[in-house]
Design a protein around this ligand. Sequence first.
Ligand code: UTP
Length: 408
Amino acid sequence: MNKIDSVKETLEKYGQMHLLRFYDELNDEEKTDLIEQINSIDFAELKTAYNNETTNCAISNIEPLEDIYIKSDFSKSDVEEYSSISQEAIKQNKIAVLIMAGGQGTRLGFDGPKGTYKLKLSESVTKSIFQICVEDLLKAHDKYDIYPYCFIMTSDINHDDTIKFFEDNNYFTYDKNRIVFFKQGNMPLTDLEGNIALKDKSNIYFAPNGNGGIFKALHDEKVLATMEEKGIEYLFIANVDNILLNPFDDIVFGHIYSNKADLGIKTIIKENPEEKMGLCVNADDKFKIIEYIDMPKDKNDERCEDGTLKYKEGYFGVSYVSRDLLTRINTLKLPYHNAKKQNKYIDTNGNESKKDINSIKYEMFIFDGFGLSNKTILYRVNREDEFAPIKDKDSVENAIMLYKKKNC
Ligand code: UTP
């Protein structure tokens, strides 16, 4: 069977023949490229994701978390002990930073990688999000006289632009050999009936497969191998859009390191039930992070006698994960979460569709992998010290205010 026949067979099996609607109009190069794109799709996986067979598996027996360290409650002697452990480990390169920057950043409405978004900090000072991030690394360099590794996860939509930005800015004076870019995977976008969307006549509409794509990418892109080779035992993993990261947090990292935990999660207190933030809870007696949309409403809104939220440990995307755990999670098939969104694409009839909620985006979430942890420790930190997210234009001013309070 020749290539096109075998592709047709697969497409017929999965009801996706419309992908070849314009095939005869394409030139040879476009034809080959489209076939390659089709061959890169795991149709069975997409079908499962569309049918939502693996997601939102009934979450039951939810209880508030009880075991959590409050960072400000560590005694002076603990602080000294853990700080010295942490500093020793940092000097030995046991920890690296990983910034997840593969997302589309749709809500910010900025045409470019989110990390390249510039913030006006004063009349004369403007910094990009990436610059702010590298400045944390430079501070660590000044303190420990090493250049900690920094891995930046990108995706097809922003990989080249991200690297170019670092090149153009001379890596903000950081050691360029210690900033490593790697790409996460994609999933096709579909219409609401599960038909794969075309971006144009010869291209499938692919989107990054969610920040849960990190585990496979760490393996496939040889980041785990680099970590092993360099003796890096932990990754501090965070979202690109938080400009108050604190990767080299001596108390927290020293505590995680000395307790040989394979996962450390920072939490902040969720401000109100409507705040769009995942929650750290106990579910069936196990630690679990539940995305806000999946949290049962009655529990989400429940309050204690003193009026505070019963479920309040907000997950803001900051974790310390051991190499061992990262390696183990790589073998796990994470569920896909389906987000219905508005997008511009070519529909099954060959017409442009761009109105209303017309498509499904399939995303894995990083925290769905955390269930494999053998030892998780949670730390509640002060919100104002570590959380200044830039999600949309409205959040920029507040993030800058928080950043300046901490840094200026
Ligand atoms: P968000 O869920 O805020 O998504 O990502 P986003 O793509 O940045 O923005 P919207 O929803 O389109 O407006 C949280 C973090 O996870 C990263 C993002 O870059 C951000 O740091 N992420 C998200 C990835 O690295 N890959 C993805 O596929 C999705």
